[in-house]
Design a protein around this ligand. Structure first.
Ligand SMILES: Cc1ncc(COP(=O)(O)O)c(C=O)c1O
Length: 473
């Protein structure tokens, strides 16, 4: 069958009057990145790449101010990228030390994932479908997530129902959602529904100070936004790793606690690592209070050999939330993996129309397979990142107070906020794309979360840059 439709217009025409020039610049940047080795690119980080034509790029005048709208100066947004490098509209080459916005698991345009996309099209795998008919790749990804959360359980890798039984196993998947915010709100709604089943007392959610579980109003209320808006629930924020405070909170609220929610590495609060001992005790406290334990693995889930950080703790949460890099940035896709007795929501209680996407799920399967196949190299890069950060901290103890995080997710915590901001600014000026947490009282950390493509050379390069720039005072 052939499909009717208008004669397609040239893509350039869709980008406005300068479209042809813009696409030419993207292609030239693509060719530049493809033609150079990692070492050659590292040597040119921060340079203006003359091989890319200078053209007039689109402004962000119509953008919301917080997204760069009405910002003075020429636009300097992304042209294209490859792995952990990107080139901007002002033709500058950057080393991307944050995996895009922490979601580009394999960096930009990884050839294996590009090939998977092309193969999916050749095979006829559809982009999306009605969520009642999710397709083989979505179903397969669901089994894969259950398999990853229940290591060693027979049968799950065969995509059959063997091994999914049992009320204590993480054996149920809600994959019909796109963004992490919807995944977090799903977990919270499950907690709420479960709480309502067992008591009429107003619920208490216990979280960590500096939590970020997305942009849903309930999740935002948990971090102190919209005070007074939600008065049927109480939010208690604890300092991470402070066990006496956790014990006191559970003692105080008892059966009112509907659940505890945290991310393993607080990428929204200076990359603070939540310790295994702490989480093991939290598990016990949740059990004693008959409360649920939800772990937000949106940042950590796919940045770990073997996937999912919670497995290091030797406990099983009631709900595991993942998203961000699950489909390596190709399309938003997130999931909540939970125990069967918690399967209490109806379809329209929690859904994103684009959630059950067969194409994105196909790419996610490839990405997970790559993470497993590359586990040794990923583990080595995690160790190298930690060692690099530790060496920088040791060399500049008057400025660096501590190394935060774990593995790929690291933060250099500074004594003074100005030092963190200065290092961040100098890094970006020199083409090293790191981020800083310095916009909240007491925050003074430079963050890094390399894509999994980054190896020893890129990590060493970042360490050298940190040292050079800190040595400048
Ligand atoms: C820990 C954590 N939870 C939830 C979210 C929300 O995810 P999304 O931006 O996909 O809605 C994020 C996003 O940064 C996150 O880091």
């Amino acid at each position: 069958m052939t499909l009717d439709g208008p004669t397609p217009r040239e893509g350039a025409a869709l980008l406005g009057p300068a479209g042809r020039d813009i696409l030419r610049a993207i292609e030239a940047a693509r060719d530049f990145l493809a033609a150079h080795s990692e070492e050659e690119l590292l040597e040119r980080v921060g340079d203006t790449i003359e091989e890319v034509p200078a053209v007039e790029h689109l402004s962000k005048e119509v953008f919301q101010a917080s997204y760069g709208g009405r910002k003075a100066g020429p636009p300097d947004d992304i042209l294209t990228g490859l792995g952990h490098f990107f080139i901007t509209e002002q033709r500058r080459l950057y080393l991307d030390c944050t995996g895009g916005h922490y979601q580009m698991t394999w960096g930009y345009r990884h050839p294996v994932l590009c090939a998977a996309l092309a193969e999916a099209e050749r095979l006829g795998i559809v982009w999306d479908a009605h969520s009642n008919i999710p397709g083989a790749t979505v179903k397969s990804l669901s089994y894969r997530l259950v398999e990853l959360c229940n290591p060693g359980v027979e049968g799950l890798d065969r995509c059959d129902a063997t091994g999914v039984d049992g009320p204590d196993r993480l054996n149920t998947v809600l994959l019909g959602i796109c963004t992490g915010s919807v995944a977090c709100s799903t977990a919270l709604k499950i907690m709420l529904a479960r709480h309502r089943e067992r008591t009429t007392e107003p619920p208490v959610v216990i979280t960590l100070e500096g939590n970020y579980h997305g942009t849903d109003i309930f999740a935002q209320s948990m971090r102190g936004m919209w005070p007074g808006l939600i008065d049927g629930a109480e939010f208690v924020n604890l300092e991470p790793n402070d066990l006496p405070a956790a014990e006191a909170a559970f003692r105080r609220y008892g059966s009112r606690v509907m659940g505890f929610m945290c991310e393993p590495v607080m990428m929204n609060r200076e990359a603070i690592l939540v310790e295994g001992d702490y989480m093991r005790r939290i598990r016990e406290l949740c059990d004693e209070a008959d409360a649920l334990l939800a772990v937000d693995e949106i940042q950590t889930g796919f940045w770990e050999p073997g996937c999912f950080h919670f497995k290091r703790w030797g406990i099983t949460p009631d709900l595991v939330i993942c998203g961000k890099g699950m489909a390596a940035g190709i399309h938003p896709l997130s999931a909540v993996i939970y125990r069967r007795p918690l399967d209490v929501l109806a379809q329209y209680d929690s859904i994103s129309t684009n959630g059950n996407a067969p194409l994105a799920a196909y790419v996610a399967l490839h990405s997970i397979d790559m993470i497993e196949g590359d586990a040794e190299r990923i583990a080595a890069a995690a160790r190298a990142t930690e060692a690099m950060a530790a060496a920088v901290a040791e060399e500049f103890p008057d400025r660096v107070k501590a190394v935060h995080g774990s593995g790929h997710l690291t933060g250099l915590k500074f004594h003074r906020v100005e030092d963190a901001l200065r290092l961040h600014q100098r890094c970006v000026e020199r083409g090293v794309w790191v981020r800083a947490h310095a916009y909240h009282e007491g925050h003074s950390t430079v963050l890094c979360k390399f894509a999994l493509t980054a190896g020893p050379r890129a990590i060493e390069f970042l360490g050298e840059r940190y040292r050079d720039l800190l040595a400048q005072g």
